[in-house]
Write a protein that binds this ligand. Sequence first.
Ligand code: 5GP
Ligand code: ZN
Length: 114
Amino acid sequence: MADCIFCKIVKKEIPSEVLYEDEEVLAFKDINPVAPVHVLVIPKKHLISVNDLVDQDVSLIGNIFIVIKKLAAQLGIAESGFRVVTNTGPDSGQVVGHLHFHLIGGKSLGVKIG
Ligand code: 5GP
Ligand code: ZN
């Protein structure tokens, strides 16, 4: 999508601090971190949200979670713990309309998720 900010990050038209990249997945630091570790893991192809997923995306989503697992280990939060968040639609507060998974950790996050 031409005017999608994360598609522009995928195309390197907007700079970001990339932590992982392969053919279908990109991971980069969130510009406004809420914790010492705050990474966004996204599919390179433009999907708006979980609502856009189809059966053929099973391996993509599986691969994204393997990337999340490996990043958590590399960033030293596998044992201390972390949270993975995917906002979907208005009630979630989703701001960027390109599917993304927040990987958040490095401090105690508390129990509140809603
Ligand atoms: P959402 O609320 O849509 O789940 O989260 C969007 C996230 O994208 C926010 O945490 C925000 O800080 C991050 N973000 C928005 N624009 C940019 C950007 O241009 N670069 C980076 N690295 N992160 C961004
Ligand atoms: Zn996009």
